[in-house]
Design a protein around this ligand. Structure first.
Ligand code: NAP
Length: 259
């Protein structure tokens, strides 16, 4: 079996940056970075010490794997312009189906790293679950071997299940982070520091690492404490968005525990 050794990244954002570094750490050779804006491609290529490609036509055909890590709405348009139609081409999205790559190559797949990535924040890639999918079973073994060299957790998941995983991840990560951001705003407006909340955030996360989150819920809505809920809503009345979110989520919690 021909193994994956040389890789080209299409995209230069959060995921491309982390993947590029993880690939190199695992001993793979990143040949090139292509991106829509040449300065993005050059910037990541500089970080990885490889070549950049400002135009799709300059993408080398020497790689064994081509990874599209661009914003979801652009995956199809990048794929359709991809010039090497017999090369293994994957995307990294949680929700976009594998078929979005069909016009790009006859060997397509998905390598979805289930983690939150921000360019500047380091991640231990060996702990990141990698969700794989491939169109041709002939590519399965090399994709599996490649993914296993990057992470301890590798699973094969079809597109329809992967998008369910992504919805759950939006609740577990993106929404939770937005709650932190709102909490930070409320504290800042009242000259209080966010660091006071960090032990609470740590403990909340620690508890769900060990148990079922549905059994860990606390707070006024869980207790159906109407006077506190009303008091909090009054306090938030100057910010209708926060008040609406507070009311909606409190109602969801209340209904879950006090049907
Ligand atoms: N961030 C995460 O935590 C995370 C986790 C798992 C999976 N993913 C998935 O990974 C993929 C990339 O996410 P990301 O967070 O790395 O995105 P990102 O940081 O926003 O990077 C977006 C990349 O897409 C390119 N791009 C944007 N609009 C484009 C267009 N119209 N045509 C061509 N290229 C375009 C940008 O190129 P230029 O810089 O050249 O403009 C940039 O390199 C997405 O499918 C996302 O769902 C993200």
């Amino acid at each position: 079996m021909e193994m994956i050794e040389k890789i080209i990244l299409l995209g230069a954002g959060n995921v491309a940056t982390h993947l590029g570094m993880a690939f190199q750490r695992a001993g793979y050779s990143v040949l090139q970075v292509y991106s829509r804006e040449s300065f993005s491609a050059e910037s990541l290529a500089g970080k990885l010490g490889c070549a950049s490609a400002g135009r799709m036509e300059s993408i080398s055909q020497e790689a064994d794997l081509y990874v599209i890590a661009v914003t979801d709405d652009a995956i199809a348009s990048v794929a359709v312009r991809f010039p090497h139609k017999d090369k293994l081409l994957v995307h990294t999205s949680g929700t976009s189906p594998m078929d979005v790559l069909k016009a790009g190559s006859n060997r397509i797949g998905v390598l979805y790293p289930l983690q939150t990535f921000t360019k500047e924040v380091a991640v231990d890639f060996s702990t990141v679950p990698i969700c794989l999918e491939s169109y041709r079973s002939a590519d399965d073994d090399r994709m599996e071997a490649f993914a296993r060299s990057l992470s301890k957790t590798v699973v094969w998941i079809p597109s329809d299940q992967r998008r369910i995983l992504h919805v759950a991840a939006v609740f577990a990560c993106n929404f939770v982070n937005h709650m932190y951001a709102m909490a930070a705003g409320i504290l800042e407006e009242n000259e209080l520091g966010f660091e006071l909340l960090r032990p609470l955030i740590g403990e909340t996360a620690r508890k769900v690492m060990e148990g079922d989150p549905r059994e860990m819920q606390t707070g006024p809505a869980r207790r159906n404490n109407k006077s506190i809920l009303e008091e909090h809503r009054k306090m938030l009345s100057a910010n209708p968005d926060y008040c609406k979110i507070y009311t909606f989520i409190s109602e969801s919690i209340r209904k879950t525990y006090n049907p």
